[in-house]
Design a protein around this ligand. Structure first.
Ligand SMILES: [Fe+2]
Length: 383
């Protein structure tokens, strides 16, 4: 079966990536909208991007209001700034939220309307040039055609898509991930782990996405614990930034499955950060999915050297599941209860969450068949 595989057109990786990419920036337009958050400004990371633009005599304006996961309101305000200030390209600096916001602003700059108009449609049009500079190693948003924006009226995390949302440039410079604190390192790193393992076990996996997923999973199991315990470890940070990119490329071309489908409603209703809600779900979701894809989970186990050739696929898959549980524990992933979510409140919205999860389409990419009842049962098992 023929398959398309897409990735950012230009990728710069490794120490010095921003310096290397600087000259390119001068060819992208005359005024940039830098989409970022207050922390990036405070840490001095935004200044580094501003300096690169100044060196190239490119005008810019900073929009640093993406404080938290992006909402329709943040997108509307960013678009106003982009249009009123006569910008002609965009640079996102930050975790998944600023990068997702940049994509949504660019989509509206090209197509008009409100971002919620695009739910359930394929976004097209001639978008302005987008440059993604991730500062966390996890979301992979720099390499995907997706953006997740919360519709504040309906409390729904909208998954919006379109090949035109793929950033034109991805600058993966580990200097920016050095500042991520352990909790963010854990949540974003486990998000990347989820991307790689869901991509590999998705119904939509293809040979090229498999290559990226397996490579990512090896790096993540080796370097994520090091980056978590020792944030100053340059090698671990660099390896994790590459792993997150690889995992992003993998799931962009193979899709995610039940974990992401079930994670978004928890995030929307209980305001749990994306990577963390994934991590909370991993054990129960993979326990469910395992017997629908023993061969695929076994490959993952062998990639990270927790299973041997003498293990059956079932034995190897179970070892992978144990390894996932182990790394979640090592990275101090809380349960819903430990996080402070009220059990009764959670049970009251299981029907809505299960319906929203199914509607996103992600659970149906799981190799094992899933019904809305299965999804509800997994939500209950989290307690
Ligand atoms: Fe994710």
């Amino acid at each position: 079966m023929a398959r398309e595989f897409i990735a950012p057109g230009n990728i710069f990786t490794g120490a010095g990536a921003l310096d290397m990419a600087e000259e390119k920036l001068s060819q992208l337009g005359s005024k940039a909208l830098i989409v970022t958050d207050k922390v990036m400004v405070e840490l001095g990371n935004c200044e580094k991007v501003e300096t690169a633009l100044k060196n190239q005599k490119i005008d810019y304006i900073v929009y640093s209001e993406i404080n938290g996961e992006p909402t329709d309101t943040m997108i509307k305000n960013g678009l106003s700034l982009y249009q009123e200030d006569g910008c002609d390209f965009l640079i996102a600096l930050g975790g998944g939220s600023p990068i997702d916001s940049m994509k949504a602003i660019a989509a509206l700059a090209a197509n008009g309307g409100n971002i919620s108009d695009y739910m359930g449609k394929i976004i097209g049009g001639d978008l302005p040039t987008m440059v993604a500079i991730p500062t966390t190693a996890g979301t992979g948003s720099e390499a995907t055609q997706f953006t997740i924006i919360t519709d504040t009226e309906n409390d729904v995390k909208m998954l919006l898509k379109g090949a035109v949302l793929m950033p034109d440039y991805a600058i993966i410079d580990p200097q920016f991930t050095m500042t991520a604190p352990p909790k963010i390192t854990a949540a974003t790193g486990l998000d990347a782990l989820t991307h790689a393992s869901e991509a590999y076990t998705s119904k939509l996996a293809q040979p090229l996405s498999d290559t990226f997923a397996l490579s990512a999973i090896k790096r993540i199991f080796k370097y994520l614990p090091i980056a978590f315990h020792d944030g100053k470890n340059v090698e671990a940070r660099e390896q994790m930034s590459i792993a997150a990119l690889e995992a992003g490329i993998a799931f962009n071309n193979a899709s995610v499955t039940l974990v992401h489908g079930m994670s978004r409603p928890i995030g929307a209703l209980f305001h749990v950060a994306h990577g963390l809600s994934n991590a909370m779900l991993l054990k129960q979701c993979f326990t469910y999915a395992l017997d629908g894809a023993y061969d695929r989970f076994a490959d993952l186990a062998k990639a990270i050297n927790v299973a041997s050739d003498s293990d059956s696929d079932q034995e190897a898959s179970e070892k992978f599941l144990q390894a996932v549980v182990g790394i979640c524990d090592e990275l101090e992933t809380p349960t819903l209860e430990e996080y402070g979510i009220d059990k009764e409140e959670f049970f009251n919205v299981i029907d809505k969450m299960a319906a929203d999860a199914m509607e996103s389409g992600s659970p149906s990419n799981t190799r094992k068949a899933m019904t809305v009842e299965d999804v509800k049962e997994i939500y209950r098992k989290l307690w």
